[in-house]
Design a protein around this ligand. Structure first.
Ligand code: FE2
Length: 386
């Protein structure tokens, strides 16, 4: 198997790297950036700190802060109009996965025209967009290093996956100091998203030795450090480790792809507005239990790397420990079941068929070690309910 690896040409990683954004934009010859962010980044004044830094360096910028959680095609299309009408030459995204995903899609429309749904996976995205510098403030979706964006169709309500090398940011600034103020719930959800990226990249049918190394390094760190960041939000050492691991996990899944958890997670987000990392957490133990028989050695290696099993444990025992560990971690991080989240049971049951169809249509389940049927997907959703 020949692996092809794509990562942003420039990654700046480390505490304080946020201060180097303007200099980086100058290197990229970007003079009129559109900052894509959300209302929270306006409120905590990080967007203004960024704009000031750019103005002081002689760069002009405009702030588009209409990004919403589960970004929609309507917001992307509005952002693309602001980008074109403002004569901007580059994008700077600031925030969690939503602003970064929104900026990717804005760049795509600015370069290719049309509507977001015209480029839904597996359709190609022909022209590369403008330079895009991504600044994540969570650890994290990994969106700053991936070739993917997930946009909800404002008309149908479906979460659409878009994929292509042209979506990869030009540069990413990964500064853990921006994550020190994340509240515990967001820390747990975004951290579990990263853990899911690492595990899914490692068991994916498209895994390769390059992504394996990153995925294993990431899952080891995230398993150890996530509870610390959750219980001690200002623990800088844990935050720094989590931020690096989230980016490593992002590179791993961008090049090996995610699998069944993500395929099943998107419909839960689209239909019930469960935050992405939380819906991953709800599904991860049950999907792992379903998948183990097709890749017991790979799941056992996850368990050993995460310290859940010993080197001498059999693959069977180690994989069992992984499933048990994932359930108990969810309890520690106070992850609700879909029922506890407040979803009406009749609605959940009535939508099982739709959810399974959307999950399969996303393409991600086909990368899973055990490829499920629609009925098996419904069964997993039922298990996750309890
Ligand atoms: Fe994810």
């Amino acid at each position: 198997m020949i692996a092809e690896i794509k990562i942003p040409p420039i990654l700046k990683i480390g505490g304080g790297s946020f201060a180097a954004v303007a200099a980086l934009l100058q290197r990229l010859e970007s003079k009129r950036s559109l900052i894509v962010t959300d209302p929270w980044m306006i409120k905590n004044q990080l967007a203004e700190r960024l704009a000031r830094q750019m103005r002081e360096a002689g760069l002009s910028c405009e702030i588009f802060h209409e990004t919403v959680p589960d970004p929609t095609s309507a917001v992307v299309e509005a952002g693309a109009r602001v980008f074109v009408q403002g004569g901007h030459d580059s994008l700077v995204s600031l925030g969690g996965g939503s602003p970064i995903d929104t900026a990717k899609a804005i760049g795509m429309l600015a370069a290719n025209g049309g509507k977001v749904r015209d480029y839904r996976f597996p359709r190609p995205i022909p022209a590369a967009g403008p330079a895009h510098l991504a600044i994540p403030t969570t650890a994290g979706t990994g969106s700053e290093v991936t070739r993917f964006t997930v946009i909800t169709d404002s008309e149908s309500g479906e979460k659409m996956l878009l994929a292509g090398d042209t979506l990869l940011p030009t540069a990413a600034v990964v500064d853990y100091e921006l994550t020190l103020t994340m509240p515990p719930r967001l820390t747990a959800d975004t951290g579990t998203d990263s853990l899911t990226h690492a595990i899914e990249a490692f068991v994916s049918r498209r895994a390769n030795p390059f992504t394996d190394a990153l995925a294993l390094a990431a899952m080891k760190t995230i398993w150890r450090e996530l509870p610390t960041s959750f219980h001690q939000p200002d623990n800088a050492q844990a935050r720094e480790a989590m931020m690096l691991a989230a980016t490593q996990a992002g590179i791993a899944f961008s090049n090996a792809s995610v699998a069944l958890v993500h395929g099943m997670s998107r419909p839960l987000g689209a239909l019930f507005h469960i935050p992405h990392g939380l819906s991953n957490a709800m599904l991860l133990p049950a999907v792992t239990a379903f998948s183990v028989e097709a890749a017991r050695d790979r799941y056992a290696e996850c368990a050993r790397t995460m310290g859940l099993a010993k080197a001498e444990d059999s693959d069977e025992a180690a994989a069992d420990q992984l499933i048990r560990g994932l359930y108990s971690r969810n309890a520690e991080l106070q992850v609700p079941t879909p029922r506890e989240f407040g979803i009406p049971e009749e609605r959940y049951v009535a939508l099982l068929g739709t959810m399974a169809a959307q999950a399969l249509a996303s393409g991600s389940p086909q990368n899973n070690p055990r490829v499920p049927t629609a009925q098996e997907i419904e069964q997993i959703y039922r298990q996750a309910w309890e």
